[in-house]
Design a protein around this ligand. Structure first.
Ligand SMILES: Cc1cc2nc3c(=O)[nH]c(=O)nc-3n(C[C@H](O)[C@H](O)[C@H](O)COP(=O)(O)OP(=O)(O)OC[C@H]3O[C@@H](n4cnc5c(N)ncnc54)[C@H](O)[C@@H]3O)c2cc1C
Length: 434
């Protein structure tokens, strides 16, 4: 059994043994935790729900758990502004917003992350005009290394806001997040198989014609499953309980998980599993509350690398990825996921200043990913790819500094607010430098 100070992430590929663990219940308790750590010469790291694949939350200093800070602080329905404490999980936020007739504009494919963890690494979904969760943040409250509790927004401490709303845990301890929400809405999801060539040839139209377009490609096959989510006036027509269980629990989790375990034991079966998986999910259409359409349970454990590349280069890059995988001897056992977002202005956003396509490569937990991830990373970095801050990659500050035009500005804010690097760990030293 893990000791009280031992921690590992969801995927099990990152572990930490902290000097001590703290669970503050308020911003002033966070101040005390930071002061005590500094007095003892320890560093501090916040952890959310441990859903990053990178060592972003790993520490041998003080590990701050999020569970003491999960309350609603303020809600202004008229303005759509909702302030919650930083450790609130997204599913709790979504339920709270729904009760009040509000919703986030866009989100990723799961909702178990904490709000601070999700924004801290740039968690995103797919959207023609709507971007990441951090792009929906209107203001933050955080505790700086020196113990000051500060508020920031585009109008107040604007540079700190830019750095901290997507700060990979390196700028301060975020205690509260204010979201800019909108009136609750329904989405109609249309999911269906499509040949890969048809998707790539029609990619620009598929993105332009849908508010939220994404697809999964099944390696070694010409099969994809495409998903189009668009706003609907209603009425809601959710999947029946049985169909939901069959597709999202039984096929996508139980059967897929069993097939992955089989392929892990007998890797030569991987290509057959991909073919069967590519044909298993049939077309379906349903209309439901936005967060229920955006997210679904992901119980089959995996590790993941995801890169953001300029949209303009996507089709060329993706064809190179498919050629490389098909010609390889690797047993790529998970589908490859593609999403898009518009360019934004967040300093460390993977979509900063450019229309972006994301290519996400997953491998079942416990199977070999090293050669595969290394080869696709080379393709991505040859096209100015930016790695997701929470997903596996090998980039360092020298590379990242060249791909983010505001990288130096970010480092400048960090120097100002954390000169002694209270919030440093091995990961921040690699990606931001000492
Ligand atoms: C099954 C699965 C599905 C996923 N789906 C998506 C997806 O659809 N889209 C996507 O973009 N990503 C996705 N991810 C990645 C995930 O959203 C990010 O890694 C996210 O950061 C995880 O949030 P968390 O709460 O687990 O934070 P953690 O991983 O625990 O922490 C992430 C970072 O945030 C910092 N942090 C946490 N709390 C605070 C705080 N209070 N103050 C300051 N810093 C803090 C940590 O120090 C760390 O640097 C997925 C991951 C998994 C495992």
């Amino acid at each position: 059994m893990a000791g009280a100070n031992e921690w590992s992430n969801w995927a099990g590929n990152q572990k930490a043994k902290a000097a001590r663990v703290a669970t503050p219940q308020s911003a002033s308790e966070v101040v005390e935790v930071l002061r005590a750590a500094a007095d003892d010469g320890l560093t501090v790291k916040a952890v959310g729900s441990g859903h990053s694949f990178t060592p972003a939350a790993v520490t041998d200093g003080v590990l701050i758990k999020p569970t003491g800070l999960t309350r609603l602080k303020q809600i202004d329905k008229e303005a759509g502004l909702v302030t919650v404490e930083s450790g609130m999980p997204l599913h709790q936020l979504n339920a709270l917003l729904a009760e009040n007739g509000l919703a986030l504009t866009n989100m990723g494919d799961i909702q178990v992350q904490t709000v601070a963890g999700a924004i801290g690494t740039g968690t995103h979904g797919t959207g023609r005009t709507s971007g990441s969760i951090a792009a929906q943040v209107a203001a933050l409250e955080l505790v700086l290394a020196g113990g000051e509790i500060v508020n920031c927004s585009p109008e107040q401490n604007a540079e700190l806001f830019q750095a901290a709303r997507l700060g990979v845990g390196a700028v301060g301890y975020v205690t509260a997040v204010t979201f800019r929400t909108e009136p609750a809405f329904l989405l109609t999801a249309r999911e269906e198989p499509m040949r890969l060539d048809a998707v790539l040839d029609g990619f620009d139209d598929l993105v332009a014609d849908n508010e939220h377009f994404e697809f999964y490609w099944f390696p070694y096959t010409d099969r994809t499953n495409i998903k189009r989510n668009n706003r609907a006036t209603g009425p809601a027509a959710p999947l029946s309980g049985f169909r939901h269980w069959m597709d999202d629990e039984f096929l996508s989790n139980s059967v897929f998980g069993a097939a992955q375990r089989l392929a892990r034991t007998a890797p030569r079966l991987t290509r057959t599993v991909q073919k069967v998986s590519g044909s298993a999910l049939s077309a379906r259409t349903y209309t439901d509350r936005s967060d229920k359409v955006f997210t679904s349970p992901r119980r089959v454990k995996f590790v993941e690398m995801e890169y953001a590349i300029p949209r303009a280069a996507f089709v060329e890059v993706f064809r190179e990825v498919t050629r490389t995988i098909n010609a390889s001897s690797w047993n790529v056992n998970f589908p490859i996921e593609v999403r898009v977002v518009p360019g934004d202005d967040l300093w460390l956003s993977t979509a900063h200043g450019r229309e972006t396509a994301y290519i996400a490569c997953h491998m079942y937990q416990g199977t070999r990913f090293d050669e595969y991830f290394k080869a696709v990373e080379q393709i991505f970095t040859a096209h100015e790819g930016r790695p997701h801050w929470g997903k596996m990659h090998t980039r360092d500050a020298e590379y990242l500094g060249k791909t983010y035009p505001r990288f130096e500005d970010f480092l400048g804010v960090r120097d100002r607010v954390d000169p002694k690097r209270l919030f440093a760990n091995e990961y921040t030293r690699r990606v931001f430098g000492e």
